[in-house]
Ligand binder design. Structure first.
Ligand code: C2E
Ligand code: CA
Ligand code: CA
Length: 408
C-alpha cells in the first residue's frame, strides 16, 4: 500500500452529516477543502450551542489525534464538504519522528488548552479538576521526557560530530567453521572512553526519529567497511569462497520512510556493494506494526536482490507459518532460547523444531549469542546453518576485525 493512501485520503460529506460526534474517540482530523461546517457543544440536557463555523483551509478534529482523548464538540456539515483526512496513526508517526522538544511543546500546549477550556466551563465544570502542572507532568511524563530529550539531543550531536561507530561481529557457517558475514552493531563512545549500550540509545533514537539518519549512516558505513575488508583480504590472498555479507539492523521508522528503498539502492551503488551482500535485520514486531507496508517494502528489496533476516526470532508473537508470507531468507534464533537450551529440555525442543521448520520453509537459520561449546554442538546436531556469539568472536571495530580475519 502506498503511504499516501492512508495519509491524505479524501472524504465527502453532505449537508447535515455529523462529521465528528462529541464524546466519541477520535481517530482522524480533517482539513476542509470545500464547504462549511458548524461546531456544536452539546449539553447534558439535550441542547446544543453553536460555537464556531469553519470553511476551506481550516482544520477540525486535531486535538484528539494528538492526545487520543474524546471529541469535545460535535461537527456538522452545513454545506456539501470535501475533506482531506489525517489519520491519528499517521500523525503519531510524524510527531514521534519530530524533534523531542517539538513533541513536548505540542503536548503541553494541548494540555493547557484543554485545561483552559475546562476552567471556563466549556468541558463541563469540575471542582476537583487537577491543576494543569499535574496534567502536564502526566501528559508528557516530565522526568522521563527530560531525560529522553537530553539523551536524544546528545545523540543528535554525536551523529553531527561523527562520533558514532560501528562494531562488527562475525557470523560463521556451522558446516565449514568459516566466516560468511558480519553483523554491524552501533556504538556510541563517551568522552571517558566508556560506551553507551545500543540497548539504551536505540530506543531513544527510535522515539525521537533520529534513528532514520542513524540507520542511513550505519548502512553506508557498513558497506564501506565491507568493501575495505574485501580489498584487504584480496591483497592478503585470502579471498573467501563466496562473497561475504553484512547484516544491518533496521527499525520500524526506517521502513515507514517513503524513500527507504531509494536510499538503500543509492547507498549500494555509491559504495559498489552487491545487493546480495546486504541482509536487512528486522524484528517480528516491525512486520506486525504495518504488515502490508512491510511486505511491499520487503518485496521491493527482495526483487532488488537484498536478503532479509528476522532478528530475535521467537520473542515476538508471530508464527513461522505466518512469517512465510513475507520474503524472508534467514531467521535469527534469539539468544534467550540458545542460552537455556543446554539445561532446559523445553528450550532445546523449541530450538530444534524452529530449525526444522525454518529449513523446511527454505529459510536459513542463525543461532545468536552462542557462548560455549555445548551450545555449539547441540546446534550443529540440530542442523543450524550459521552461528554468531562470544564463543567465536565478540563485536569489534574494523581495524581489529581486519587483523582477526587475516589470522583465520
Ligand atoms: P541484536 O540485533 O540482537 O544484536 C545482537 C546483540 O547480542 C549485540 O548486542 C551483541 O553484542 C550481542 N551478542 C552477540 N553475541 C553474544 C553472546 O554470545 N552473548 C551475549 N551476552 N551477547 C551477545 P549490542 O551490540 O549491545 O546490541 C544490542 C541491540 O541494539 C541489538 O540487538 C539491536 O537490537 C540494537 N542495535 C545495535 N545496533 C543497531 C543499529 O545499528 N540499528 C538498530 N536499529 N538497532 C541496533
Ligand atoms: Ca540484529
Ligand atoms: Ca538479535
Amino acid at each position: 500500500m502506498n503511504e499516501q493512501t492512508h495519509i491524505n485520503s479524501q472524504k465527502n460529506f453532505e449537508t447535515g452529516d455529523i462529521i465528528l460526534k462529541q464524546g466519541d474517540k477520535g481517530d482522524v482530523a480533517y482539513i476542509i477543502e470545500e464547504g462549511e461546517i458548524e461546531v456544536l457543544l452539546e449539553g447534558a440536557d439535550g441542547t446544543s450551542q453553536l460555537v464556531a463555523k469553519r470553511g476551506p483551509g481550516t482544520i477540525i478534529g486535531e486535538m484528539a489525534i494528538i492526545d487520543d482523548q474524546s471529541r469535545i464538540a460535535t461537527v456538522r456539515a452545513t454545506q456539501p464538504c470535501k475533506m482531506l483526512e489525517i489519520s491519528r496513526k499517521d500523525f503519531a508517526r510524524r510527531l514521534n519522528s519530530a524533534d523531542p522538544v517539538l513533541q513536548m511543546i505540542t503536548k503541553v500546549i494541548l494540555t493547557r488548552y484543554r485545561d483552559t477550556l475546562a476552567r471556563v466551563g466549556v468541558l463541563g465544570e469540575s471542582p476537583t479538576y487537577p491543576p494543569p502542572e499535574m496534567m502536564e507532568r502526566e501528559a508528557v511524563g516530565h522526568e522521563n521526557a527530560v531525560h529522553k530529550i537530553k539523551t536524544a539531543n546528545d545523540f543528535k550531536q554525536a551523529m553531527e560530530q561523527e562520533q558514532l561507530q560501528l562494531h562488527y561481529q562475525p557470523i560463521l557457517s556451522f558446516k565449514t567453521k568459516k566466516v560468511v558475514g558480519f553483523e554491524a552493531l552501533m556504538r556510541w563512545p563517551q568522552e571517558d572512553g566508556s560506551m553507551i549500550s545500543p540497548a539504551v540509545f536505540i530506543p531513544v533514537a527510535e522515539e525521537s526519529g533520529l534513528i532514520i539518519d542513524a540507520s542511513k549512516w550505519a548502512l553506508k558505513e557498513a558497506c564501506l567497511t565491507l568493501k575495505r575488508l574485501e580489498r584487504d583480504l584480496a591483497a592478503a590472498g585470502q579471498q573467501p569462497e563466496s562473497p561475504l555479507f553484512m547484516s544491518v539492523n533496521f527499525s520500524a521508522l526506517d521502513f515507514a520512510e517513503e524513500n527507504f528503498t531509494d536510499t538503500l539502492y543509492d547507498t549500494l551503488s555509491t559504495t559498489d556493494i552487491k545487493p546480495q551482500q546486504i541482509r536487512l535485520e528486522i524484528t517480528e514486531s516491525l512486520l506486525m506494526q504495518d504488515p502490508e507496508q512491510a511486505k511491499n517494502t520487503l518485496n521491493m528489496c527482495k526483487q532488488a536482490g537484498l536478503k532479509i533476516s528476522i532478528d530475535d526470532f521467537g520473542t515476538g508473537y508471530s508464527s513461522l507459518s505466518y512469517l512465510h508470507s513475507f520474503p524472508i531468507d534467514t531467521i535469527k534464533i534469539d539468544r534467550s532460547f540458545v542460552c537455556r537450551m543446554v539445561d532446559e529440555a523445553n528450550s532445546k525442543a523449541l530450538v530444534n523444531s524452529l530449525i526444522a521448520l525454518a529449513t523446511s520453509l527454505n529459510m536459513a537459520t542463525v543461532a545468536e549469542g552462542v557462548e560455549n561449546e555445548a551450545e555449539a554442538e547441540l546446534l550443529t546436531n540440530m542442523g543450524c546453518d550459521m552461528v554468531q556469539g562470544f564463543f567465536y568472536c565478540k563485536p569489534m571495530d574494523e581495524t581489529r576485525l581486519s587483523e582477526w580475519l587475516k589470522q583465520q
